[in-house]
Design a protein around this ligand. Structure first.
Ligand code: GLP
Length: 290
């Protein structure tokens, strides 16, 4: 695994956005795996800015999100479809028909999971999978004891995940107990994985995920098997890593990071929330048919 440590959340976010934008410019038909959570909001805000200021083009890319809450339709304000629409999709020129999330409101969840796996395969697989990490060490919603070869399926959310995500629900007790999530095996099939973690509260789980033994109790440790995984951390999230100095040296000296070393001072997030501004009709169509 490549580990990159940046001084703060803003510079870590900037690096992730730069990696995504370069992959997208190199291959406009990129199939992107996307994640949700608070950490990703800043990444999406930066991608929206790149679209508006630099013309970053999403028109022929495809996206597959990691997960969705069971029981929530895409129109629900706490659904991940809603999160994605408002943080990214409605603010760039992606074709909404090319944006995919599992349908949490499907009548037959098992069939929906199979459909989702099929769809990813039909698109040629995920090229670049963006990942956050939950305090339980999960990728997507692959909670403790998730099989490291698992495919898209339903999972019951762990107490740690419920405690982490409940504050995002209004009212908190309405948070579903189950979710559909890509499996660990599904995630490992992506050609490249890009994990972003920021903040001191992630330091312990990040150290266990990157430097600890591989275990199904922390699904993020499975990334140690991936042939091309980059973990981007800020100093706070890297605080418990044994080999932090080694990782810092690699980023400062190795040629593959050269073009990113000076790029981290490009105008970053301006702190202003990005408002959805168009294509309301299109989204209604997608939500109706999802
Ligand atoms: C949710 C998502 C995960 C994500 C995690 C991190 O649980 N299912 O994919 O990694 O949130 O969230 P945050 O960035 O808010 O810490």
């Amino acid at each position: 695994m490549e580990v990159v440590i940046r001084p703060n959340a803003e510079t870590a976010t900037e690096l992730v956005a730069q990696v995504i934008s370069r992959e997208l410019r190199d291959n406009p038909r990129l199939v992107m795996g996307l994640a949700t959570g608070r950490t990703m909001e800043a990444v999406y805000a930066r991608l929206v800015q790149m679209h508006r200021r630099e013309g970053l083009d999403f028109s022929v890319c495809h996206t597959f999100n990691l997960d969705e809450y069971v029981g929530l339709a895409g129109s629900h304000r706490n659904s991940y479809r809603h999160y994605m629409n408002h943080n990214l999709f409605l603010n760039v020129n992606v074709d909404l028909r090319n944006t995919h999330l599992p349908d949490g409101a499907a009548a037959d969840i098992e069939a929906e999971c199979e459909r989702y796996e099929r769809l990813i395969a039909e698109c040629g697989g995920v090229d670049l999978q963006l990942l956050g990490i939950g305090l339980a060490g999960h990728l997507g919603f692959n909670e403790p004891a998730s099989s490291l070869r698992s495919r898209t399926r339903i999972k019951v959310l762990s107490p740690v995940t419920r405690a982490q995500n409940e504050p995002l629900f209004v009212p908190p007790h309405e948070m579903p107990r189950r979710a559909i999530t890509m499996g660990v095996g599904t995630i490992l099939d992506a050609r490249r994985c890009l994990l972003l973690a920021t903040g001191e509260d992630k330091a312990e789980i990040v150290a266990r995920a990157i430097e600890g033994p591989v275990t199904s109790m922390i699904s993020a440790t499975a990334l140690q098997f991936h042939p091309h995984c980059t973990a981007v951390l800020d100093e706070a999230a890297a605080g418990r890593l044994q080999e932090a100095d080694y990782y810092r040296w690699i980023f400062e000296n190795e040629p593959q990071w050269q073009s990113y070393r000076n790029g981290s001072n490009t105008p970053g997030l301006d702190g202003h929330p990005v408002k959805p501004r168009r294509r309301k009709k299109e989204i209604a169509t997608v939500l109706g048919g999802a």
